[in-house]
Write a protein that binds this ligand. Structure first.
Ligand code: NAD
Ligand code: IPM
Ligand code: MN
Length: 368
């Protein structure tokens, strides 16, 4: 049987640095676990703009649609800040999400024991934390029309539109309930139904999906501002959080700090299953291109590596191999391997991006 295909879009800033470590790990699985992938590389974001004048070439889009899974590093950076909005690096990523119809973005926030002291919260609040934020990714204010900057009288007005259809809410709610059944069986849905009609509809549809098809899952609703507060007050009260595109963006960065560093948080963006049962999928770290540390070998590759673990689990039905990789990460952290973002209050001497890759590969070898 042909090998499954992976399209790697390393992108900008620290994207290629962290993805370099993932490529080593992909090779390891091919060599040592007989789990070979056909890997293709292409450009996205500023790197694609520099070559093609667009942050995502049509050919790359076509390759992404054809691949069994896409792995993405990060896009963006100050070099591109002044570009016209339509060709900004971030538009490349948004196009991928939209055209692949990746409506369910899984952002797990797990606190590894070895890092419980590194969170900005007290250790007992985060030790053992394991929550999953399900962010709607293809609609809402990111894509709603009308949008733009328009003349209005003698001044300009900037417009974005929060828009959700019932079916868009329905499908992401279902993905959250399905996940909850395989975890702690609890979903908390977050919106602002107190001030937004789209929030009222969100709440109604999530409740309906629950009552009709998932009555066994415990469901609660929370206003998203309270949700942000609760995430830092008592994060372990949550299991699965389902929320819209913009709230999910913000709440997941917030959740990242519960785990010790934004450099730790992976994500899976999933669409509807294809004929072979495999969902359209893109895997990427939650963090961005980190221009402040790019090119210095300082970036933590773990978020990107754990994103590949999610690919093994969600695209390739290799849950055991995903767990092997996650355990290897846990092991190196327990052994004290720390990139600069994981220095914590006591300080210490950080290792580089590639040294973290070395340590994880050694732990993988030791797992055999
Ligand atoms: P960022 O996530 O790039 O960085 C925020 C802070 O976290 C920085 O101090 C950075 O050094 C640190 N950080 C992030 N990832 C790290 C890692 N792996 N290891 C160690 N430290 C890490 O967010 P930003 O600075 O707001 O945005 C920079 C650029 O990235 C912008 O152009 C933004 O649009 C883009 N961005 C892209 C994505 C993506 O590609 N998915 C996500 C977020 C931001
Ligand atoms: C993320 C990022 C993106 C978003 C940007 C880069 C388009 O912040 O993936 O969290 O806002 O969705
Ligand atoms: Mn974000």
């Amino acid at each position: 049987m042909a090998n499954p295909t992976l399209l790697i879009l390393a992108g900008d800033g620290i994207g290629p640095e962290v993805m370099g470590q993932v490529v080593r790990i992909i090779d390891w699985f091919g060599d040592k676990r007989d789990l070979a992938f056909d890997v293709d590389h292409d450009l996205v974001g500023g790197a694609a703009y520099d070559k093609h004048g667009t942050p995502l070439h049509d050919d790359t889009m076509a390759k992404a649609l054809a691949a069994d899974a896409v792995l993405l590093g990060a896009v963006g950076g100050p070099k591109y800040d002044a570009l016209d909005f339509s060709v900004k690096p971030e538009r490349g990523l948004l196009r991928l999400r939209k055209e692949m119809d990746l409506f369910s973005n899984l952002r797990p926030a797990q606190c590894f024991d070895a890092l419980a002291d590194f969170s900005s919260l007290k250790k007992d609040l985060v030790a053992g934390l394991d929550i999953m934020i399900v962010r709607e990714l293809t609609s809402g204010v990111y894509f709603g029309e009308p949008r733009g900057i328009f003349e209005e009288g003698n001044e300009r007005v900037g417009i974005n539109t929060q828009r959700y259809t019932e079916s868009e809410i329905d499908r992401v709610a279902r993905s959250a309930f399905e996940l909850a059944r395989r975890r702690g069986n609890k979903v908390c849905s977050m919106e602002k139904a107190n001030v937004m009609e789209s929030g009222i509809l969100w709440r109604e549809v999530v409740q309906k999906v629950h009552d009709e098809d998932y009555p066994d899952v415990e469901l609660s609703h929370m206003y998203a501002d309270n949700g942000a507060m609760q995430l830092v007050r008592a994060p372990k009260q949550f299991d699965v959080i389902v929320t819209d595109n913009l709230f999910g963006d913000i709440l997941s960065d917030c959740a990242a700090m519960l785990t010790g560093s934004l450099g730790m948080l992976p994500s899976a963006s999933l669409g509807a299953p294809n004929a072979d049962g495999r969902p359209k999928a893109l895997y990427e770290p939650v963090h961005g291109s980190a221009p402040d540390i790019a090119g210095q070998g300082k970036a933590n590759p773990i978020a990107c590596i754990l994103s590949f673990a999610m690919a093994l689990r969600y695209s390739f039905d290799q849950g055991d191999e995903a767990a092997r990789l996650e355990k290897a990460v846990e092991q190196v952290l327990a052994d004290g391997a720390r990139t600069a973002d994981l220095m914590g209050p006591e300080g210490g001497s950080p290792i580089s991006t590639s040294e973290m890759g070395d340590a994880i590969l050694a732990a993988l070898d030791a797992s055999l």
